[in-house]
Design a binder for this molecule. Structure first.
Ligand code: AP5
Ligand code: MG
Length: 239
């Protein structure tokens, strides 16, 4: 997946527009990764996925990975004090100075408050929180049929199949099933979402930056709606 925001609108004479600081919010399987892949290309923004970062850390056997693994395997959240510093460092890095797409963070009120505090110090604002709404029964169907490339690109055996079965369209690598997509872990992840992450919907609604999308539509339609909303936000900002 693209992870660099450099080179936006090459050849354009337009002055750079102000930053697009976007958060993708939604339950496990809502389509955050699926939409992020498309949106990073549309808007040339760096993509920061906490899940992908943590899985890479687990694979590499780093201190962070060792600490995170037991929580992830059980479908629980990694403690706030472990994740907040790592993500704030990314968001505050020069690559994310013109904006970013955050997937999987914040996931608790404490994480959202830490992000707000860091942004207030920097004089930056969140542009929008994109909420993908999908009911639990559909999420279970999606996660049980999900396959991912080693780089984290998501597919689904029925809803979003790769061109060659079992192979990534982009790099031809073998697709695998994520460890936390086992049915008992999926149930736990949904429980954790409703208890710890869903309160963020009201949190961002109160701030007036929440945008709701019907995540049950086909991926291309969800993408069309989200892209149009972000394009409008950007346009409004330029006027
Ligand atoms: P993370 O990797 O973030 O997992 P998640 O939030 O549970 O979300 P998923 O990646 O499962 O779903 P998605 O919304 O990206 O859906 P996708 O596009 O793949 O986190 C994993 C773990 O890391 C957590 O459990 C926790 O332990 C830890 N963690 C991460 N962040 C943390 C934080 N901030 N704090 C603490 N701990 C943290 O789509 C799913 C499937 O559906 C695919 O097969 C796809 O092809 C298909 N699909 C997508 N869209 C559609 C559509 N519109 N119609 C039909 N099918 C679709
Ligand atoms: Mg994901």
């Amino acid at each position: 997946m693209p992870d660099s925001g450099v080179g936006r609108e090459a050849g354009s004479l337009r002055a750079p527009v102000s930053e697009l600081n976007l958060i993708l919010l939604g339950p496990p399987g809502a389509g955050k990764g699926t939409q992020a892949e498309r949106l990073t290309e549309d808007f040339d923004l760096p993509y920061i996925s906490t899940g992908d970062m943590l899985r890479e850390a687990v694979k590499a056997g780093t201190g962070l990975g060792k600490e995170a693994k037991s929580y992830m395997d059980k479908g629980e959240l990694v403690p706030d004090e472990v994740i907040i510093g790592v993500i704030l460092e990314k968001v505050e890095s020069p690559e994310a100075a013109d904006g970013f797409i955050l997937d999987g963070f914040p996931r608790t009120i404490a994480q959202a408050e830490a992000l707000d505090e860091a942004f207030a110090k920097l004089g930056r604002d969140l542009t929008a929180v994109i909420l993908l709404e999908v009911p639990d029964e559909e999420l279970v169907r999606r996660l049980s049929g999900r396959r991912v490339s080693p780089a984290g690109r998501p597919y689904h055996v029925d809803f979003n199949p790769p061109k060659v079965p079992g192979k990534c369209d982009v790099d031809g690598s073998d697709l695998i099933q994520r460890d936390d997509d086992k049915p008992e872990v999926v149930r736990k992840r949904l429980e954790v979402y409703h208890a710890q992450t869903a309160p963020l919907v009201d949190y961002y609604e109160d701030k007036g930056i929440l945008r709701r999308f019907d995540g049950t539509l086909p991926p291309t339609e969800v993408h069309d709606h989200v892209r149009a909303t972000i394009a409008t936000l950007r346009l409004e900002d330029e006027l």
